[in-house]
Design a protein. Structure first.
Length: 222
């Protein structure tokens, strides 16, 4: 029988246990026993990077909310130029440590890329404090969906004020992409009230998946 090994643990700001586990060569991140992500399914995380980078040029400034296992970051780095600056906001210092200690073989030494600036911070704070519309693209994959799992406070990112703040941090012509485990008509409508163009893109969890189980909500600024 294949054994599941707990490689590391921490506690989220709400006091919920979070674990990094390994089973049969795959890694799993679980919050309160619920899977937040795994190395078995990363297609939609990469697709969100492809959609976000469609319109960015060489000197792009990009914000990624949620490091996780770094699939989104890796794809962004592959797609944007050498002059890009990629801010990565990760709430939990342990996740940054685990990327260095346990996950380098998954996506490489991403955090040592000179284009990357790691902020151990709530991405909401970065967005709120961003001055002068710095970002060409903002990618938000901090939780399972607008229904928070990692911390209750994440709900504010998906509310009217959070949506407005993200838009205000985007340059003219900038794009936001939100990852979600679910379709959510209410969230799509909330985005439509703020952005002139919104698209809900169905995404597969892994390349051979028969169904499109995830949703990428895309908002474009004029
Ligand atoms: C689903 S994972 C992200 C997966 C990532 N897209 C990838 O490709 O591996 C969510 C990450 O967001 C982090 N997170 C949760 N809430 C956050 C917040 N408010 N600000 C920044 N990071 C947050 C979690 O600790 C976790 O590392």
């Amino acid at each position: 029988m294949k054994v599941t090994t707990t490689l590391a643990r921490c506690v989220t700001p709400d006091g919920t246990p979070m674990v990094l586990q390994e089973h049969d060569g795959q890694h799993y991140l679980k919050v309160g026993g619920v899977q937040l992500m795994s190395t078995t399914a990363s297609s939609s995380e990469q697709q969100m990077a492809e959609i976000a980078c469609e319109r960015v040029g060489g000197k792009a400034r990009i914000l990624i909310g949620g490091l996780g296992f770094g699939y989104t970051l890796k794809r962004v780095l592959e797609l944007c130029g050498v002059d890009a600056v990629v801010d990565v906001a990760e709430l939990l210092p342990e996740v940054v440590e685990w990327n260095r200690e346990h996950l380098q073989h998954v996506n490489g030494r991403l955090l040592d890329d000179p284009r990357v600036r790691v902020h151990v911070a709530d991405v909401y704070e970065l967005i709120s404090k961003a001055s002068g519309n710095p970002y060409h693209a903002i990618l938000l994959d901090v939780d399972n969906s607008p229904d928070p799992l990692v911390q209750k406070g994440n709900g504010r990112l998906y509310g009217r004020d959070g949506i407005q703040l993200a838009k205000a941090a985007l340059r003219a012509g900038g794009r936001v992409v939100y990852w979600s485990a679910n379709t959510d008509k209410g969230f799509a409508r909330a985005l439509e009230r703020v952005y002139p163009r919104v698209e809900c893109v169905s995404a597969k969890a892994y390349p051979k998946a028969k169904r499109f189980t995830h949703t990428l909500f895309v908002g474009d600024r004029d």
